[in-house]
Design a protein around this ligand. Structure first.
Ligand code: NAP
Ligand code: 3JM
Length: 348
């Protein structure tokens, strides 16, 4: 089989730079690697393995001869350019929320629903970062004990909002430590770039990710709810989410409360998670061992710990779930989808 020509759309971004890293380590047979961004970054040079590649401005013709296009440049860029890529014969793996709930587009976590890839019509959607890591932890529980209800609270890193949001937080931290009052910290991006008001994240916790939507839940919270039902192909799962941004650079953490169909001991849950693909059990209170955002940075796996039974509900279990939001939450899940498609004969 011939080598695959790959385009990375949004190559200069927080996710795009990790896409490049993940492609450096991929088992896919790579041909040309094309790095695309806006006019602002055209001409910039980036390293790929031992090659220097010049970033090009994204135009519809960028996809001529491309087999695989990995998109992470925002929803409006995907809306306009993903169909252009498909028209030219490329398979698109899209990291934005734009196509996720389209019934004709598979929404895939390879450890959970790889078979959905067979239904693709050119575009495959990568779920939201917070959904992906929760799926890796919940799928073994669902498979073995059934899943009735999920209540999740997230503690999300600022890198999920992109490079500029990371810079905004770093500047606020410096200014605050230099003595600037909280009310004077510069905040123009968080909690949501497009919203009316902005608040500092430094030394803070913001219970708003993305804009507010139906029933006073934010769009990020709705993403977790709707995407979980779609990936697990089960509209009967009861699920609600509270998504919170905290001043961590990389690594999302989640407190997940689960009610199973069949009662399961904490030990039984630990055993199925220890065996689950993509998951690593880190749970030993006697050694103060539990997942931590800092330790997840640069890793592809999802770390699960603090597993304990609810004190009142017989089928209730609590978990702490951590992963690198830019890798399993975005770049690695996308490249993993492409590797899976190649292995299934759906790519190349
Ligand atoms: P970022 O750090 O702000 O990077 C944005 C990237 O998109 C940059 O490469 C930028 O290029 C490029 N871009 C922006 N506007 C463009 C345009 N009109 N045409 C071509 N390229 C354009 O953001 P990020 O964190 O990497 O996230 C990018 C997108 O990925 C998000 O908007 C989101 O939809 C998605 N995302 C998904 C997940 C997930 O959970 N799956 C997680 C995070 C992000 P320049 O250098 O030219 O500005
Ligand atoms: C993560 O279109 C945009 O402005 C991107 C907003 C965004 C999204 C999204 O909705 O695609 C920023 C960060 C995500 C995501 O993965 O859902």
């Amino acid at each position: 089989m011939r080598n695959l020509n790959v385009a990375v759309v949004g190559a200069t971004g927080a996710v795009g730079t990790r896409m490049i890293q993940m492609l450096e380590g991929t088992s896919l047979p790579l041909g040309e690697v094309k790095l695309l961004a806006s006019k602002r970054s055209a001409g910039k040079q980036l390293q790929f393995k031992n090659q220097t590649i010049t970033v090009e401005e994204l135009v519809p013709e960028s996809f001529e001869g491309i087999d695989l296009a990995l998109f992470s440049a925002g929803g409006s860029v995907s809306a306009k350019f993903a169909p252009e890529a498909v028209k030219r014969g490329a398979i698109v793996v899209d990291n934005t929320s734009h196509f996720r709930m389209d019934p004709t587009v598979p929404l895939v976590v390879p450890e959970v629903n790889p078979e959905a890839l067979r239904q693709h019509k050119g575009i495959i959607a990568n779920p939201n970062c917070s959904t992906i890591q929760m799926m890796v932890a919940l799928e073994p529980i669902r498979k073995n004990f059934g899943l009735k209800r999920v209540i999740v609270s997230t503690y999300q890193a600022v890198s999920g909002a992109g490079n500029e949001a990371m810079d905004e937080l770093k500047n606020q931290i410096e200014d605050y430590l230099a003595g600037k009052p909280a009310a004077e910290l510069k905040a123009e991006i968080l909690p949501a770039g497009s919203d009316k008001k902005h608040y500092p994240l430094a030394f803070n916790a913001l219970p708003q990710i993305d804009v507010f939507d139906k029933d006073d839940y934010t769009f990020e919270e709705w993403k977790m709810v709707n995407e979980t039902k779609k990936i697990m192909e089960d509209d009967t799962i009861k699920i609600s989410a509270t998504c919170v941004r905290i001043p961590v650079l990389v690594g999302h953490s989640e407190s997940v409360y689960v009610e199973t169909e069949k009662p399961a001991s904490a030990q039984a849950i630990k055993e199925v998670i220890a065996q689950a693909p993509g998951a690593i059990l880190e749970d030993d209170p006697t050694e103060q061992l539990y997942p931590q955002a800092l330790n997840s940075v640069g890793k592809k796996e999802t770390f699960v710990g603090r597993i304990r039974k609810d004190l009142d509900v017989e089928t209730g279990v609590h978990l702490w779930v951590v992963s690198d939001n830019l890798l399993k939450g975005a770049a690695w899940n996308s490249v993993q989808i492409a590797e899976k498609m190649y292995a299934m004969g759906l790519l190349g």
